[in-house]
Design a protein around this ligand. Structure first.
Ligand SMILES: [Zn+2]
Length: 240
């Protein structure tokens, strides 16, 4: 398992010690390997605690999943005993609290933040639900940015805007992010309606989200432009 970043302090790394790992093979699974004459393979359930190494944090994350170990015969020693190496793969099925996949901007509203953190948990449990939660998160970010949810028809009756229309509404005020937001919306739609999404697409979505949120919420470009303008105003001399 890679050294995930701690979801509590976001500074420390999460480490698994051997004494915090458990492995168990269900009888039916052991029997199945035996029947298939796969003597070199063993698998089953796995759980562990990952502990944050930051001195003032020490967060504990529970991991559950499946494991598969392949016993590889590398050769024989001089007493003709087999030299075996174990190659183990762990597939996490849940992590709680889940490590952050992207930076959680401090500028996010509490509602939006909650949806984003839930999406990190769902990433391990069900990728389609994760994509769906990203879509809900996007609606919450649009709320935060003041994008309207309802409009009025010429006859005065109200109608609810769908996410496609809301992304376009944002584009009218803050252009330049429509392409990224529509891509997120589309992956979210597949997650919502077909119940599945590609892991790579979801990871790409997170990457797009991180960059887009920095622009939309933290005005990164505008802040950098202001810094550049301040330096130029001083003609490069140190600020008094
Ligand atoms: Zn920590």
């Amino acid at each position: 398992m890679p050294p995930f970043e701690c979801p509590n302090c976001t500074v420390g790394r999460l480490v698994i010690k051997k004494e915090n790992e458990s492995w168990k093979t269900p009888h039916h699974e052991a029997q199945a390997y035996q029947e298939l004459e796969l003597d070199h393979i063993m698998g089953g359930r796995y759980h562990a605690f990952m502990v944050c190494q930051h001195a003032n944090c020490g967060e504990v994350v529970s991991v559950i999943g499946d494991y598969l170990t392949e016993h590889l015969l590398l050769g024989r020693d001089r007493w003709d005993n087999p030299i075996v190496e174990n190659d183990t793969n762990i597939t996490p099925r849940a992590m709680m609290p889940a490590p952050h996949i992207i930076k959680v901007s401090p500028e996010l509203s509490a509602v939006a933040r909650n949806h984003l953190v839930r999406s990190f948990e769902l990433f391990w449990v069900d990728i389609g639900s994760c994509a769906n939660r990203i879509r809900i998160f996007l609606e919450a970010v649009l709320d935060q940015l003041g994008v309207i949810r309802e409009m009025q028809r010429p006859d005065g009756t109200a109608y609810v805007l769908n996410l496609f229309q809301r992304v376009n509404e944002l584009g009218a005020v803050k252009p330049g992010h429509e392409e990224a937001l529509h891509a997120l919306r589309e992956v979210g739609n597949v997650g919502s309606h077909e119940g599945d999404a590609a892991v790579d697409d979801v990871l790409d979505c997170y990457e797009l989200l991180e960059a887009t949120l920095e622009e939309l919420l933290e005005d990164k470009k505008a802040k950098l432009a202001a810094k550049a303008a301040a330096i130029r105003a001083r003609k490069g001399r140190p600020a008094p």
